[in-house]
Design a protein around this ligand. Structure first.
Ligand code: SF4
Length: 849
């Protein structure tokens, strides 16, 4: 075997001769095509045999069995060992099995590649897994044999090596293939007697083990090219830095270690094209179907398939989904209102459009066959509207995926299919699984004369940029080396001992690929990302280069504040002025309709903390831009729930208390009341919290309501009570609290008032945090003075009654702060920035953060 070593910076294919008796095997398509393009066309001579390594393997591993790919592998596994899976692992459904089957397939693929039957020295806990695998493999092999099937993953094994293909040749050259599995080495060993073998490698002789046919280490070469490094933190900053560099340095190709996350074509479609290969997942059709599936899968079976509103919101965040159902801003507003009102599920009050979407979901969930979907796609969905002119064979590939799902239906048989895929959502998932990552062709882009488009490419291809400019983007600790570890049962040491691929080896290979790209170009520009919030830091490979050659990070090209301006410059050629610094908001009497303003305790709290927020919230009534709804019960809803129940209890007891001093309340009646309100609010309570609500909250609220009445009885049973009331106060006829150019009224609803001879009690019922000045505010509101009532907070969660000892707000200070506010010409921002932390107006606030 001959080994030829090429230096970094030299062209690895330059000196390859063109011989018809030689098989040329390249590490990847890019390199293969570079060589192919360099060949002189000669129709008499023909073209030599040029293959990628994967193509070569397809030629030397042969099978006459039926090859199962993708989801068919899982179906066959489930079908073949269903009984055993249930007995051994209690797995019942097809979808239970998928993760397990994936590890099972990978385990035997690795054993085949390592040419071993068993793992040496497994730990006792691993033996259990391995024994399960062995048992299932034995049974599954019988099934595969009977059906004459073989899994795509398992074709590459010793028994399937067939060297017929190499017979007409004299020589084989492996170009840029840096590492071989034991099985691949076995192929080479068997070829050795028949063909002359050469390895062409771009690495230093000392870094490569000829004996083991793999990289030992990756050392840096003597630096001969020019390298510049830049640091950025965000996508747009990265793109603008790149554009500035390309402009300055005369263009060149752009490479990334993670092509899937690059979005330049979306930000600057005039300059950047999407990469040439596309998958079905990129299409509007897939995105719509996936969103629709997610919604069906979220239907709550425990509540007769109700639709969770948060899931509907997520679906409507998806542009494709909105367009198909013609969802407009009014519809979105309606959904947000329902969420604001704490609805968890769509009820009959939802608009016609929402009911229509919901109806479709229920209909699809009833489907029992793949054909039901085919009919739905053809007749109801009107696939034409998903046509995208940039793809050549979108519908062809889509129907290919649906046909594969049909084949699975056929493989399982009608009865078995029904058992595996009992609901429409299960079949939908299967169809999506077949669509996943299916490659489709993008129509070749046409260019205007003189127009230059850029495609960001996978880093693999950077090594072919001999003597030219190369730009690397998205370089960070997250992408380089990235996540190298495949999920595995075994430790790194066990992998080494058993000849399986190791993280260390994969790391060296990734490093070598990066170094080839960096050192093969004439001028290399590397833009790396550092963003603590996103967990991104400089890549260790880049650090090694910078430290070795003493390369410093270049000064930032783009200032953050100028990003928008630069982007528009590039896109439109129109400069924009960004130096808006005025953060004041003028206040006029026109802000107060009818020269009046009414504020409650919460409004006053807002006014005191931030007048600007008061303006946005109270005067302009602007809805916050970003609202956070979550899948749990909101504190607001719990507050309303508890207040409603307490209001009812107080309404039912006041007569007994005022006329008879009888504080008795029936425990069972309270519990029933709490349960009645629970069912009344059924659409607002997520079903996963039912038990928590019924078993924990309701008994707790019941006991604490009883405790409150006991406490009131203890203090007031010997006193004459004149008033025992809840939330029934109407303050519309009162005099203004401040009577100036603007009449300022204070208003509010007090949770509970008790008046006895010579004593007033104000209580606020709380389920959340208390507000300091609220009780004084109510005392001033009800009795004109902060000292005319005993005030307390009753926490219905923990049953604690806390009396307020200290006065936080006096009538005078309340008046003074309102007068001061009225005198001002502007709405000021909050004094401390810390108040802004949870402010829902942060995005539209004029404060410079
Ligand atoms: S972000 Fe701060 S300054 Fe701006 S409105 Fe909110 S609290 Fe006021």
């Amino acid at each position: 075997m001959k080994f030829t070593y090429i230096n970094y910076g030299e062209d690895i294919v330059e000196n390859l001769q063109e011989r018809m008796d030689t098989i040329y095997v390249f590490s990847d398509y890019g390199l293969k095509n570079t060589y192919k393009k360099s060949l002189k066309k000669n129709i008499f001579k023909g073209v030599p045999t040029i293959l990628t390594f994967d193509e070569f393997k397809e030629k030397v591993f042969k099978t006459d069995k039926i090859i199962l790919r993708e989801a068919k592998r899982f179906i066959s596994f489930f079908n073949g060992v269903k009984k055993e899976l249930y007995e051994l692992l209690a797995m019942e459904s097809y979808y239970d099995v998928i993760d397990f089957a994936d590890s099972f397939f990978r385990y035997y693929k690795e054993l085949n590649e390592a040419m071993i039957e068993d793992i040496k020295n497994p730990q006792p806990w691993q033996e259990k897994y391995i024994n399960n695998f062995k048992y299932l493999k034995k049974k599954y092999d019988v099934y595969l044999e009977r059906k004459n099937y073989i899994l795509m993953d398992w074709i590459y094994k010793k028994e399937n090596i067939d060297l017929d293909f190499i017979k007409p040749y004299k020589k084989i050259i492996f170009i840029d293939i840096m590492d071989f599995t034991p099985l691949e080495k076995e192929v080479i060993r068997r070829i050795q007697g028949n063909l002359e073998i050469e390895f062409l490698l771009q690495i230093s002789r000392e870094d490569y083990s000829e004996e083991n046919l793999t990289i030992d280490s990756v050392t840096l070469p003597e630096k001969k090219n020019y390298i510049e490094v830049y640091e950025v933190s965000e996508d747009i900053e990265e793109l603008l830095t790149l554009e500035t560099l390309r402009e300055k340095s005369g263009g060149g190709e752009v490479y990334t270690p993670d092509i899937s996350r690059n979005r330049y074509h979306k930000i600057l479609p005039k300059i950047y094209l999407e990469s040439t290969s596309a998958v079905l997942n990129d299409t509007v059709l897939y995105k719509f179907l996936k969103t629709q599936y997610d919604l069906i899968a979220s239907l709550e079976s425990r509540l007769n398939y109700k639709l969770p509103l948060l899931e509907l919101k997520i679906a409507l965040d998806n542009l494709e989904f909105r367009e198909v159902y013609s969802i407009n801003n009014e519809d979105l507003k309606e959904l947000y209102n329902l969420l604001d009102e704490d609805y968890t599920y769509l009820n009959e009050n939802g608009s016609e459009k929402f009911q229509y979407i919901y109806g479709e979901l229920l209909k699809i969930n009833e489907f029992t066959k793949v054909d039901d979907f085919v009919r739905y796609f053809k007749e109801d969905l009107n696939l034409e509207k998903f046509y995208e002119k940039e793809y050549e064979n979108l519908f062809e590939k889509f129907y290919e995926a649906v046909t594969l799902a049909k084949t699975s239906e056929y493989m399982l048989g009608e009865e078995e299919f029904k058992k595996c895929f009992s609901k429409g959502s299960d079949i939908y998932k299967l169809i999506l699984q077949y669509m996943n990552n299916i490659e489709i062709n993008r129509v070749k882009a046409t260019y205007e004369e003189g127009e230059k488009k850029v495609i960001v490419r996978d880093m693999e291809g950077a090594k072919n940029r001999i003597g030219r400019n190369t730009y690397f983007v998205d370089i960070s600790s997250k992408t380089l080396p990235g996540n190298l570890g495949k999920r595995s049962l075994f430790s790194e040491n066990q992998r080494k001992e058993n000849n399986l691929s190791t993280k260390d080896k994969n790391r060296e290979l990734a490093k070598h690929k990066f170094f080839q790209g960096v050192f093969n170009s004439k001028n290399t520009y590397i833009i790396y990302r550092k963003n603590e919030g996103k967990g991104e830091d400089i890549s260790p490979f880049l650090t090694e280069i910078m430290e070795t050659y003493n390369i410093k990070v270049n000064k930032k090209i783009i200032k953050e504040e100028a990003i928008l301006k630069n982007l528009q410059n590039i896109y439109m050629g129109i400069p924009v002025k960004l130096d808006y610094t005025d953060d004041t908001l003028p206040k006029t009497n026109g802000d107060f309709p009818n020269e009046q303003c009414r504020i409650g305790a919460y409004d006053y709290d807002t006014l005191e903390n931030c007048e600007y927020r008061f303006y946005l919230n109270k005067i302009s009534e602007i809805e916050p831009l970003v609202k956070e709804w979550n899948k749990n019960i909101s504190m607001k809803f719990l507050g309303i729930y508890v207040h409603s129940v307490l209001e009812k209890v107080i309404d039912n007891t006041w007569k007994n208390i005022v006329f008879e001093n009888n504080f008795y309340v029936d425990e069972e009646w309270i519990e029933k009341l709490l349960l009645d309100y629970f069912f009344y609010n059924r659409d607002k309570i997520p079903v996963h919290l039912d038990n928590y609500f019924k078993e924990i909250l309701i008994p707790r609220f019941r006991d604490n309501i009883l405790k409150l009445f006991k406490e009131l009885e203890r203090t007031y049973s010997d006193k004459k009570i004149r008033r025992f009331e809840s939330e029934k106060v109407n303050w519309d006829n009162r005099e203004p609290f401040v009577d100036d150019e603007i009449k300022f009224y204070i208003t509010g609803r007090v949770d509970f008032i008790l008046e006895s001879l010579g004593e007033n009690l104000i209580l606020d019922f709380k389920t959340g945090k208390k507000q300091d000045k609220q009780l004084d505010f109510y005392s001033i509101l009800l009795y004109g003075d902060e000292n005319k009532a005993t005030k307390g907070i009753y926490n219905v969660f923990n049953g604690e009654l806390e009396y307020s000892e200290k006065v936080e707000l006096t009538r005078e200070s309340l008046k003074e702060s309102i007068i001061n506010f009225l005198k001002k010409d502007t709405y000021s921002l909050s004094e401390k920035k810390s108040s802004c932390m949870y402010c829902e107006y942060m995005n539209i606030c004029r404060r410079d953060f």
